[in-house]
Design a protein around this ligand. Structure first.
Ligand code: KIV
Ligand code: ZN
Length: 520
């Protein structure tokens, strides 16, 4: 029968306790529900003794979750175990997870206890937890830096006391894969009782090895892996669930174990966590980063269009992403360009494609990313038609705590100049109202974001706006060291795109009228 690895998610405990990742009760419950959709085997819901909020959240989650086991963390002391049990007792499948440090470093500097004392505490804690709850997990905190003889001794004692899951964490992310794997092998070889329990890996990412270490543990007999969505957690984080799970799935022939996770829920889980915590995922993050299934290099795009297997080792759909993206930029080739035009409804002849490609290359040299509007502009010959576009000549803004924000804007259209002022709720609003007064075009701002594209106080800000004009959406983007100037330029870009589209439409209508009158 296939060997299975249980996935123990600790996003709501080890992940949530890290800086910038805290969630309120409602948010934790939403995340727990999503983790159930993901079909993780165990949800570690929190550390109930840590705070009243943690206790309430664990209690609520325990009552809500239907299929996964719900675990609560407790130090190896009676008060913690009581509180943990109090919070999870109504779970359909409850688990008490109790732990104590086992390394001499922790014994000497933190616990100030002897090995004998720690052994006795561990046994008492497991026995007590077991008197309350059928399923008890015992963790040897800092296992990877513990003396192996002592580790074998305490693991054997914890199993005899009733623990059915033994977790051996690399608490400080110090181990390297062969070493961490060897620890699991040694425990299996030297502790006869170990064959009757589930051994668990729990890795932190201080050296960027958390996932590699987790896989090494699995290759050496671990059958539970503890991890978090997006790899959030103490310091550099915990092992990322999505990376472990997709490694086990994609390299099943090599790693040889099955999982129960519904991988198609991975992306949704990652997105939900980011939106709840505000902790964004880096673009190039494996599996869930914005670039994980995006291709820009021409050779890669060409290969991908011929067969996805050339440059993708798993499908985006398998993690819940709708499709791969071909990012059109300076590295893209003709093949990807033609494909994008086809998707936009333009079937180009070889000659048309060649002309579009040449213009595309010259624009791509100046812009980071080419949008669909740019491609349409290329094919409809609107590039360089700058005299039809409003240009920002000057902007002056005053705002402060006790004055009404005011903006004075000067725009140029061909060789004409226009100047006007307006007040608004803030300086950006005032600037947009002044633009509106000059152009007589009223737009509705649907999206607005600023992000820093460089570091330091004089960082360059990139402003992105999406505005609605006459029921149609247009994007604008601009970079500037002054965010108000950038905001005005980005809005003008969207407005100019709208004006160009309007002009194009009216020309088209005139042409159609002309053709119709000729026909009559
Ligand atoms: O990293 C660690 O050792 C832990 C234990 C409490 C399981 O999180
Ligand atoms: Zn941890």
């Amino acid at each position: 029968m296939e060997q299975r690895v249980f996935v123990f998610d600790t996003t709501l405990r080890d992940g949530e306790q890290s800086p910038g990742c805290s969630m309120n009760l409602e948010e934790k419950v939403r995340m727990a529900r999503q983790l159930e959709q993901l079909r993780v085997d165990v949800i570690e819901a929190g550390f109930p003794i840590a705070s009243a909020g943690d206790y309430e959240a664990v209690r609520f989650i325990a009552k809500t979750v239907e299929h996964s086991t719900v675990a609560a963390l407790a130090r190896a002391v009676t008060a913690d175990i009581d509180r943990a049990w109090d919070a999870i007792q109504y779970a359909r499948k409850p688990r008490i997870h109790t732990f104590i440090a086992t390394s001499d470093i922790h014994l000497t500097h933190k616990l100030k206890k002897t090995r004998e004392q720690v052994l006795a505490d561990a046994v008492a804690a497991v026995k007590y937890a077991r008197s309350l709850c059928e399923e008890v997990e015992f963790s040897c905190e800092d296992a990877s830096r513990s003396d192996l003889d002592f580790l074998c001794q305490i693991v054997a004692a914890a199993i005899d006391a009733g623990a059915s899951i033994i977790n051996l964490p690399d608490t400080v992310g110090y181990a390297v894969p062969d070493e961490y794997g060897a620890m699991f092998r040694a425990i299996r070889e030297r502790v006869p009782q170990a064959s009757s329990v589930v051994l668990s890996a729990h890795c932190h990412n201080d050296l960027g090895l958390a996932v590699a270490n987790s896989l090494a543990a699995i290759q050496n007999g671990a059958r539970q892996v503890e991890c978090t969505i997006n790899g959030i957690g103490e310091r550099a984080g915990n092992a990322a669930l999505e990376e472990i799970v997709m490694a086990l799935k994609t390299r099943k022939e090599k790693l040889g174990v099955g999982i129960n996770v519904n991988t198609e829920e991975i992306y949704k889980s990652s997105k939900l966590l980011s939106s709840l915590t505000g902790m964004l995922v880096q673009r190039n993050k494996a599996i869930v980063g914005a670039n994980a299934f995006a291709h820009e290099a021409g050779i890669h795009q060409d290969g991908l269009l011929k067969s996805p297997i050339t440059y993708e080792i798993m499908t985006p759909q398998s993690v819940g992403i709708r499709h791969s993206t071909l990012v059109l930029g300076k590295h893209s080739g003709r093949h990807a360009l033609r494909q994008r035009y086809t998707e936009l409804g333009y079937e180009l002849s070889g000659e048309e494609l060649e002309r579009a490609y040449q213009v595309f290359c010259s624009i791509a040299d100046q812009k980071k990313e080419i949008f669909d509007e740019d491609l349409i502009a290329i094919i409809e010959d609107r590039v360089g038609d700058v005299d039809d576009y409003y240009q920002l000549e000057n902007i002056q803004v005053s705002s402060g705590t006790n004055i009404r924000p005011t903006a004075t804007i000067e725009l140029r259209l061909g060789d004409q100049r226009f100047i006007d002022s307006a007040t608004g709720d803030g300086p950006v609003d005032a600037a947009y109202k002044a633009i509106e007064r000059i152009t007589n075009v009223v737009g509705k701002l649907m999206e607005y974001s600023i992000k820093s594209v460089s570091l330091g106080r004089d960082a360059i800000g990139e402003v992105f706006v999406r505005a609605e004009f006459d029921g149609l959406l247009f994007n604008g983007r601009a970079v500037s060291t002054d965010i108000i100037t950038g905001s005005a330029k980005a809005y003008l870009e969207a407005l100019n795109r709208f004006l160009a589209a309007k002009k194009r439409k009216s020309l088209q209508q005139k042409e159609e009228l002309k053709e119709a009158s000729v026909a009559i």
